[in-house]
Design a protein around this ligand. Sequence first.
Ligand code: NAI
Length: 287
Amino acid sequence: MPGVNDRVIVVTGAGGGLGREYALLLAREGARVVVNDLGGARDGSGSGSTMADDVVAEIRKAGGLAVANYDSVATEEGAQSLIQTALDEFGAVHGVVNNAGILRDGAFHKMTSDNWDAVMKVHLYGGYNVSRAAWPHFREQKFGRIVVATSTSGLFGNFGQSNYGAAKLGLVGLINTLAIEGAKYGVNANAVAPLAATRMTEDIAPPEFLEKLPPAHVAPVVGYLLTEESTDTGSVFVVGGGQVQRVAQFQNKGVTFAEPPTVDQLAERWAEISDMAGAVRGVNPLG
Ligand code: NAI
């Protein structure tokens, strides 16, 4: 049986929604969990509610081990202090789930730098800050597991979510490189794009669609990716409503030109250049 028993795992944004579900599952499976949550509103405003304490109380009541942390993942200091909580309380850190998130939706013509930056800070910088703070410990112990929360809004786009989509796909860029750099240290990094009914999606999708998406369907996949036995790295999974799917970038054969083509020559071959039939998994030719 794949396991997380005794592992120390930090789950960011675990005071509610999906993060809470991840923390509960991990604790049930025997992990020691750091339940991080700033405790703010959906748009990132405010802080200080007792969300993380409530989840910790729930875990302890069921006989599990957990500690609360209220740092913001949006700053380097917050992330350092969060990882320090794991070390102080449990003596190690074996896995991080970069799950904390906020929304500042708006059509692109109304996008403001404030809303762009706020979303980048929590999602993309948050993923960087927390993974970076845990990284030296992972390398030293030659073991680590990173899961980031990406989104179908980043993978495929969604009206009104240019800031959010850019940040979420940025996290896929992050895990692609962490998978390469972590390989010889036993560090795996993967992404999960959840589909779940939470406060984040309550007014985004219709209720009849959301009722088929309990967060409990997503948690086992995150739990599995944190186990020692899981060998996936650099992979992206879309998970929700009972479906677990893998998503990847594919590249076609394309067209090779011996000389720089004219625009007309290019236009003549454009249908072939665009045709994805027979495409295979893309690799970095510079890597
Ligand atoms: P949620 O709003 O219930 O959970 C996000 C949590 O992050 C909140 O409890 C919030 O207080 C916390 N948080 C916000 N800023 C923080 C900060 N600076 N530091 C620490 N904690 C902070 O929403 P949900 O749906 O559970 O989202 C979890 C993750 O999954 C997010 O990253 C979200 O973008 C992602 N996601 C969710 C989808 C869904 O269908 N629910 C779809 C795609 C992605």
